[in-house]
Design a protein around this ligand. Structure first.
Ligand SMILES: [Zn+2]
Length: 312
C-alpha cells in the first residue's frame, strides 16, 4: 500500500507517492495559476495521484497534506498565500476524491515532521524547523509528536515582534522577525541601500530589482554594505531563535528555505547571535543545523505527515 504526499504552495502544488517506509518513489507537479477554482486544483491533484498510483500498481493507503495556513477547525481561514481558498477543507476534499484517509498539517509543521523522520531531526524528541524564505516560518515536533496547537497554527516565529518601531509586516504588525529577516526583507533593504553598495550598484543592472540572492552574492564578494545587511539578518534571526531556545529548549533547530542556501557561513553568524540572545545553559543543549532534505522538503514533509497520520 502506498502513501501520498501533497505539498500545496502559493505557486505550485506537488504530489508524490511513497512506499510504506516513506521513500519517495515518483512525483508530479503543476502551477496553481494554471487551474481555476480550488475545486479544479484538487481535481487535478486527485488525477495525478490516481496516475501515480496506477503507474506503481499500488493502491493509496493514506494521504498527507502540507499547506500554508492559517486553519480553523480543519478548513483554510483566509490564507494570504492561497487567495480564494478560504473555507476549503483540504483533508476532507482529497479524502473524498481518493477514497482513503487524509491528514493535514501546515507546511512548516509538515517540514518539521519530514526533518524529524528523514532529515537532520532524526533521533530527537524535541525539534524545531525554521524556514527562511519569502517569509519566516517554523514547525515543532515536541515530546516526539508534531505540535500545532488547537488548530494547527502554532509556531509563528516570523511574527514575533522584535522591534515595535520596525518595518510594517504583511500580517498587520510592525517590526516582526519576518519583516526584518526574510528573503523579501533582504531584497527590500538591498534596493533601499543599492547606491551605498559598490557591488550592488556595479554588478546588478540598473532598474533590476535586487533580490536576497544578490545581497548574499555581494557578501561573498566582500562588499561591506552587503556584509552589514547579512549581519543584520543573522542578528534578527538569532534574536528570534534566542527566544525560541529559552521558551522551548529544542534539542535541535533545523534551518531551511532559500536564504539558508547561503549555507554554513550564514548559519555560523546565526549561531553567534542565538548564543547572545539566549541563556547559556539552554543554548548549549541546542544544536543548530542546516536542512538535509533539499528541494523535496515540502513533499517529504507531506509524506511524513501521511506516515504519522496512518499511525493515528
Ligand atoms: Zn508579522
Amino acid at each position: 500500500m502506498a502513501l501520498l504526499g501533497v505539498d500545496i504552495g502559493g505557486t505550485k502544488i506537488a504530489v508524490g507517492i511513497a512506499d510504506d517506509q516513506g521513500n519517495l518513489l515518483d512525483q508530479d507537479r503543476f502551477m496553481v495559476a494554471t487551474t481555476g477554482s480550488p475545486g479544479q486544483a484538487l481535481d487535478r491533484v486527485a488525477e495525478m495521484a490516481r496516475a501515480l498510483s496506477a503507474r506503481r500498481q499500488d493502491p493509496l493507503r493514506h494521504i498527507g497534506i502540507g499547506s500554508p495556513g492559517p486553519f480553523h477547525d480543519g478548513t483554510l481561514d483566509n490564507p494570504a498565500n492561497l487567495p480564494g481558498w478560504h473555507g476549503v477543507d483540504l483533508a476532507r476534499s482529497l479524502s473524498q476524491r481518493l477514497g482513503c484517509p487524509a491528514t493535514l498539517q501546515n507546511d512548516a509543521t509538515a517540514a518539521a515532521i519530514g526533518e524529524w523522520m528523514f532529515g537532520r531531526g532524526q533521533h530527537t524528541q524535541h525539534l524545531a524547523y525554521i524556514t527562511v524564505s519569502t517569509g519566516v516560518g517554523a514547525g515543532f515536533v515536541l515530546n516526539g509528536q508534531p505540535y500545532g496547537g488547537p488548530h494547527g497554527n502554532a509556531a509563528e516565529i516570523g511574527h514575533i515582534v522584535l522591534d515595535p518601531n520596525g518595518p510594517q509586516c504583511n500580517c498587520g504588525l510592525t517590526g516582526c522577525l519576518e519583516s526584518m529577516a526574510s528573503g523579501t526583507a533582504m531584497g527590500r533593504v538591498g534596493n533601499q541601500r543599492r547606491s551605498e553598495s559598490a557591488y550592488l550598484s556595479a554588478e546588478i543592472t540598473a532598474g533590476t530589482v535586487i533580490r536576497a540572492e544578490d545581497v548574499i552574492a555581494g557578501w561573498h564578494n566582500g562588499d561591506a554594505v552587503c556584509t552589514e545587511m547579512v549581519d543584520d539578518v543573522a542578528r534578527h534571526l538569532g534574536h528570534g531563535l534566542g527566544i525560541l531556545v529559552n521558551l522551548v529548549n529544542p534539542q535541535r533547530i533545523v534551518l531551511g528555505g532559500g536564504v539558508m542556501h547561503a549555507g554554513e557561513p550564514l548559519l555560523e553568524k546565526i549561531r553567534h547571535w542565538t548564543a547572545v540572545y539566549s541563556m547559556p545553559t539552554l543554548y548549549r543543549e541546542t544544536e543548530l543545523t542546516l536542512s538535509g532534505l533539499g528541494a523535496d522538503t515540502g513533499l517529504v514533509g507531506a509524506v511524513a505527515v501521511a506516515m504519522v497520520g496512518r499511525r493515528g
